[in-house]
Design a binder for this molecule. Structure first.
Ligand code: SF4
Ligand code: SF4
Length: 276
C-alpha cells in the first residue's frame, strides 16, 4: 500500500506529518519533494547508496536537418519549435519519449543523457525502515521525471509513505498517481483552504481515496469556519502549539515525541489500513 502525503500550500506541515505517519506505520519512506527534500532531518537515515538519474535529450544535426518541421508537429508535449530553418528544444517540456527521432526523415536527431538528479537511499533507525530521497540537480527543471523514476522503484506490496511536493503542479500529480490513499494536509487559513480545494479537485478527478488533516489549527472554531458547510470533514485536527514547533526545529519526529500525535495519526489511518 502506498500513502502519499500532499498539501496544496507549502508550509502546512506536510513533511512533518509524512515523517510522523511513516514512523507510526514503520513504513518505507520516499521523499519526492525533489526541489527541497528535507524529511531526512527528521528521519536521519544512514545513506549508503546513490543512483544518478538521467533523461535522454534530443540533439539536432544541423547539416542533416532540412527544417521540414515534422518533429515540431509530432511532439505532443510542444517541446520543439522552429524559427526560420532551425529547430529548438524547450528542455523543461521534453519527456524524452523518443518520438522526434523516430519521425525525422533525415535522421537528424539523436540523444544525449542530461543529468536530472540523484536518488539517495539508506536505513533509518528512527523509522526502522529505508528512506529514499530524490535530489533534483541544480538548474534542472525535470522534477516530474525524477519523481516518476522514483515511483517506479516503489514496491506496491510494501507499506510506503511518499512525501510529495507542495502545490498542484505536474510534479504533485506524479506523486499522487501511485497512491492507494492520499493524506491531504491543510493549514486552516484562507490561503491554505483555497489551495486545499484545488488539490481536492485533482484527487477527485483522479478518483483517489483521501483524508484531510488540519494542522496548525488555532482552535476548533478556526477549523469549523472552513469545514462546517462541507460534506468531507477533517479526520484529525492538530493544534498550533509551541512545543510541536520546538520539536520540529530540533528535528524530532512529532509522533515519536508526543503520544497524542502518535495515537491521533494511528486512529486517523486505522480505518483505511485496518491497524489497531
Ligand atoms: S523526445 Fe519526445 S518530448 Fe522530447 S522533444 Fe522529442 S518528441 Fe518531444
Ligand atoms: S524532423 Fe528532422 S529534418 Fe525535419 S525539422 Fe525535425 S530535425 Fe529537421
Amino acid at each position: 500500500m502506498i500513502i502519499s502525503v500532499v498539501s496544496g500550500k507549502g508550509g502546512a506541515g506536510k513533511t512533518t506529518l509524512a515523517a510522523s505517519i511513516a514512523h507510526v506505520l514503520e513504513a518505507e519512506f520516499y521523499d519526492l519533494d525533489v526541489d527541497a527534500p528535507n524529511a531526512e532531518y527528521f528521519l536521519q537515515p544512514d545513506f549508503d547508496r546513490e543512483t544518478a538519474i538521467v533523461q535522454p535529450t534530443p540533439i539536432f544535426d544541423e547539416d542533416r536537418c532540412d527544417a521540414c518541421g515534422i518533429c515540431t508537429k509530432e511532439c505532443r508535449f510542444n517541446a520543439l519549435y522552429k524559427i526560420l530553418n532551425h529547430v529548438y528544444l524547450t528542455e523543461p517540456l521534453c519527456h524524452g519519449c523518443g518520438l522526434c527521432e523516430m519521425v525525422c526523415p533525415q535522421q537528424a536527431i539523436s540523444y544525449q543523457d542530461s543529468p536530472v538528479g540523484v536518488i539517495r537511499s539508506g536505513y533509518s533507525q528512527r523509522l526502522k525502515n529505508h528512506v529514499h530521497v530524490g535530489d533534483l540537480a541544480i538548474g534542472s527543471t525535470r522534477g516530474t521525471y525524477l519523481i516518476s523514476e522514483m515511483v517506479k522503484k516503489i514496491a506496491p506490496d510494501k507499506l510506503s509513505v511518499i512525501d510529495g511536493p507542495p502545490g498542484n503542479s505536474c510534479a504533485a500529480v506524479a506523486a499522487i498517481k501511485p497512491a492507494d490513499l492520499v493524506v491531504l494536509v491543510v493549514e486552516p487559513s484562507p490561503f491554505g483552504f483555497h489551495d486545499m480545494q484545488q488539490t481536492e479537485q485533482i484527487l477527485i478527478q483522479m478518483n483517489k481515496n483521501y483524508l484531510i488533516i488540519a494542522n496548525k489549527a488555532l482552535d476548533e472554531a478556526s477549523v469549523a469556519r472552513f469545514f462546517s458547510n462541507r460534506e468531507k470533514k477533517t479526520t484529525l485536527v492538530i493544534p498550533l502549539e509551541s512545543r510541536y514547533h520546538k520539536a520540529n526545529l530540533a528535528g524530532d519526529i512529532l509522533s515519536r515525541q508526543f503520544e497524542e500525535i502518535h495515537s491521533g495519526l494511528q486512529q486517523a489511518l486505522s480505518q483505511e489500513l485496518a491497524i489497531q
